[in-house]
Design a protein around this ligand. Structure first.
Ligand code: PMV
Length: 328
């Protein structure tokens, strides 16, 4: 048994027959305010640091149905089982099913796939929630978070709405590396997506994290930076301090990108327009409009601002797409 299979065995027992013909699930995408960047175990997706995110209203709808052979659609388009998306999905499903069980999987992403808007987070979480239903495991969110994490790290946070912390954990099998919601409702906080490019990213986050951890001397400073920022963001959430939240999320994201730029060869997701918009944000902030940004493994920016400033932000960035968050 692989280490992953052992974890699955511990959580849901031996592989069994599905209890239902079909199951459907939805999970929200999430945007990290404190980023996960780097694994201490790449088979189980165990992170070097804890991370903290905010779930979005949009995410992934997934239906899994028993079938004669594996089939898959993504956003209503048939995907060949040999394509990387389908391969990754069915290989993940193999952890849970017997060899004679085949699935027809329909996935609809409300956010662009692989454009740095966190669609893999909601994708793997929705698969796990659908499997929980299909197999009748009746697992609690903590166990589902551990299972989703093995599909994609950030998926462990997409099991929940609202603010979520993914604990790094210390155990080798990752049983203590799961996410939990943080009790905080903050409806005056808004996110907006500033799309720079919707193209598939040139290097995926898995490969980029690995290269950064192995070759970037700047990565040594990352765990300490995260520990410090984590404290500040938690303080910001408990006191509803927008300035502290936004400034900490921004410095955390920029520091993550700095560790990547120090990799050999360098990982640079930014495009010229990313830099132009960063300067625009900083210039607006200087002139009194309080907005901050965060970025993931892609060139796009996500702006953080207060609902009261929505009109001013929209005027400054006519192409901004408001992203509703999911707090219930
Ligand atoms: O879960 P992955 O392997 O797609 O990695 C996500 C990495 C970032 O989005 C850059 C950061 C994060 O915490 O979501």
């Amino acid at each position: 048994m692989s280490t992953k299979e052992q974890v699955v065995y511990k959580l849901v027992g031996p592989k069994a027959s599905p209890k239902k013909e079909k199951a459907t699930a939805f999970c929200p995408a999430n945007i990290a305010l404190i980023k996960y960047w780097g694994k201490r175990n790449s088979e189980l997706n165990l992170p070097v640091t804890s991370s903290l995110s905010l779930s979005l209203a949009k995410g992934t709808h997934t239906t899994i149905q028993l079938a004669d052979e594996d089939r898959c659609t993504l956003n209503e388009k048939v995907i060949s089982p040999s394509e990387p998306f389908a391969k990754r999905l069915f290989t993940f499903c193999d952890l849970f099913r017997t060899p004679d069980t085949k699935f027809a999987i329909n996935t609809t992403n409300e956010v662009p796939t692989a454009a740095g808007l966190a669609s893999s987070s909601s994708g793997f979480a929705a698969v796990v929630v659908a499997l929980n239903e299909l197999y009748g495991w009746q697992k609690d969110p903590k166990a589902l978070s551990i299972l989703a994490r093995m599909g994609s790290g950030s998926a462990s946070r997409s099991i929940y709405s609202g603010f979520v912390e993914w604990h790094r954990g210390n155990q080798d099998d990752g049983m203590d590396s799961f996410s939990e919601p943080i009790a905080c409702l903050w409806p005056e906080l808004e996110l907006g997506a500033l799309m720079i490019s919707e193209k598939q990213k040139p290097i995926d986050s898995r490969e980029a994290m690995k290269r950064t951890k192995e070759t970037s001397t700047l990565y040594r400073a990352w765990p300490e930076k995260v520990a410090h920022d984590m404290q500040l963001v938690k303080q910001a959430l408990s006191t509803k301090d927008f300035t502290l939240l936004g400034s900490t999320a921004e410095t955390n994201a920029l520091s993550m990108h700095a560790t990547m730029m120090g990799a050999i060869p360098p990982v640079l997701y930014w495009l010229p327009d990313t830099v132009r918009e960063l300067h625009h944000i900083w210039q607006l902030r200087k002139s009194g409009l309080e907005l901050y940004c965060t970025m993931d493994a892609g060139p796009n920016l996500k702006l953080l601002y207060k609902t009261a400033d929505r009109a001013a932000v929209q005027q400054a960035f006519p192409h901004i797409a408001p992203i509703s968050t999911r707090s219930t």
